[in-house]
Each structure stands twice: as C-alpha cells, then as structure tokens.
Design a protein. Structure first.
Length: 318
C-alpha cells in the first residue's frame, strides 16, 4: 500500500515543476496566444495607455477589440471590405482612426461602437496613421509618397509635400506634434520639426525597405525597422542614423518603444520577436509560440506589456 505522505509529496513536486516551467516560460518571453475571433490577417494593433482597451485591424475591413487587456476579443463592424492597414486611438479610448486601401479613413468617437468614413481626397493606399494626444492633429501616409494632415480631427484632410514617390509605410510624431518621422521604400526616412510644414530627407544608412518607425516621448530619439532584420536609430532628431545589431535576418514589420526610449519590441517574419531593454543597443530573440508572420506590435508607455498581431488573425500577449 502506497504511503499517503508519498502521494502528497508527489503532488507537491508536480505543482512545483509546473510552476517552475511557467516561470521559466515567462522569463524566456513566451507569449500567450489569444483568440482574436477572426482568421483575417491583422496589420495593426493599438492599446490605450493603461493596457486595457485595444483594437486590431486587417483584411476584409476586419476590426476586433478587447476591453480586458487582450484576454478576450470581439469583432466591430467597420462598414467596409477594404483592407485596413493601421489603427490609432487617443488615450481615452473613445477617439480612433483607421486607414487602408483605396484611401480609406474611418473614424470613431465612441470607442469603435460605430465607425464613419472620412474624406481623404485620395485613392492611394494609406499604410499608417498617427494623432497627437488631443486627437485634433494627425497624419496619414501611404503609396506614391502620399502624406495627408488634419487639424480638426479628420473632418478635413490636406496633402503635404513629401518630395518622394516612394511608398511611405509608417509615420510617428512627438506628443507636441512638431517632431515627426516617416519611413518607407528604399530605406527612405523623412523628418520634420514643424509639424509637417516641411519634410526633409535624411540619410538612413540602408537601402532596405523600412516598414515601421517609433519615437521616444521627446522626439529626439527614434528607431526604424525593416527588411533583413535592419534596425536603425537616431539620438539627435535624425541628423544622423546608425545601424543596430540584431542578429536577425527576418524581415521586421513593426517596432515599438516605451515612452522613455529604453524598452523596445520588434516583430516580423516567421513569428520573430526581438526585445531590447537598453534603448536598442542590444536585442534578444524571444519565442512567440507561432510561425505566423507578425505585422504589428504595440507596447504600454512603460514598455512592460506588449501585444503583437499578424497572419491568421493571431494576437499574442507578451
């Protein structure tokens, strides 16, 4: 007859091992794959600063949302079948914008309960959208060097001169709306210090396509990521850019940094995820738990929490 104490000891050992494995998994950066309730490819993901409310957008006009930090997701009706490329929300989680194919711009003032079309004035694909915290001033960029700007929450959009015909993939600004960067095809980087009144081409040091750009809060430091695992950075408002070592050759589709510029995340092909805790000087590969291509990454202001999204409707909580 087995000793009851022995059975108790075995159970304790079992739970200890399970707890140890879970701890190691978290330490090693294994994400938790969440049920997004869509199989559409997702291109962009955004969260409020508290990390509770979030939205992801993608193929066939799909929009999915969460109110519990990404644990559960449910669809929202976009009113369009156009492919949606980028989503942005203000901190209150009420005012948001989505851009995509055919010059599509959608806006909401009630957290996505309803979305309405805004007139972009272009049929070019729009790849990225960004707004200042007040939700009045914003920019959208896309195909054929398109830059659009608004100062009334998107009620009207006006073109800005990019000086390029390259595809523009990503735009980001400092909170004051003065310092901004745009990245795109051929290693293109454009910068402005006057809210887009004038955009200047900067030397990126690479001809690889750049897919995404992220700023630290002050706008002096920025990072851009793209083909071949390339990440470039500036610490002087773009007057000079330098290459960072990533030890990755996977295409990187998105990059996001904390407000203080210390913690960064980058995602791309084959479910690749990189993270840095020293301003991008060194990067560590993490296990995402999926081989699906990841197109988007979003972090809280502290950088401690992140969510990524990509092919097959996959959403991962990190």
């Amino acid at each position: 007859m087995q000793n009851p104490l022995s059975r108790f000891s075995c159970k304790c050992l079992f739970f200890f091992v399970v707890a140890l494995i879970a701890t190691v998994a978290v330490a090693d950066g294994v994400g938790i794959i969440r049920q997004s309730n869509t199989t559409s490819e997702l291109h962009s993901i955004a969260f409020t600063p508290d990390g509770q409310r979030g939205w992801a957008v993608g193929f066939n006009g799909s929009i999915t949302t969460t109110a519990d930090g990404g644990q559960t997701w449910k669809p929202q009706s976009s009113g369009t079948n156009n492919e949606l490329q980028s989503v942005f929300f203000t901190a209150n989680g009420q005012h948001g914008w989505v851009v995509g194919f055919g010059g599509t711009i959608l806006a909401t003032r009630n957290g996505g309960a309803s979305w309405s079309q805004q007139n972009s004035g272009t049929s070019n694909e729009l790849a990225s959208v960004f707004f200042t915290p007040a939700g009045r001033t914003g920019w959208a960029v896309g195909f054929n060097g398109t830059i659009l700007a608004t100062h009334d929450g998107g009620l009207s959009w006006k073109p800005q001169e990019s000086g390029s015909n390259n595809a523009l993939n990503s735009v980001s600004f400092s909170p004051d709306g003065k310092h901004g960067y745009i990245v795109g095809f051929g290693g293109l980087i454009l910068a402005t210090s006057d809210g887009g009144g004038k955009w200047n081409r900067q030397e990126s040091g690479t001809s690889n396509e750049l897919n995404s750009v992220s700023l630290a809060k002050a706008g002096q430091s920025a990072w851009a990521a793209g083909f071949g695992g390339v990440i470039v950075t500036t610490a002087n408002a773009g007057h000079s850019w330098r290459m960072l070592a990533t030890d990755s050759h996977n295409e990187l589709n998105a990059i996001s940094f904390s407000a203080d510029g210390q913690t960064g995340w980058a995602v791309g092909f084959n479910g690749s995820i990189l993270t840095s805790h020293n301003g991008g000087e060194t990067w560590r590969a993490l296990s995402s738990g999926t081989a699906n291509e990841l197109n988007a990454i979003c972090t809280t202001h502290s950088g401690k929490h992140a969510w990524s999204a990509g092919f097959g409707g996959v959403i991962i909580q990190h």
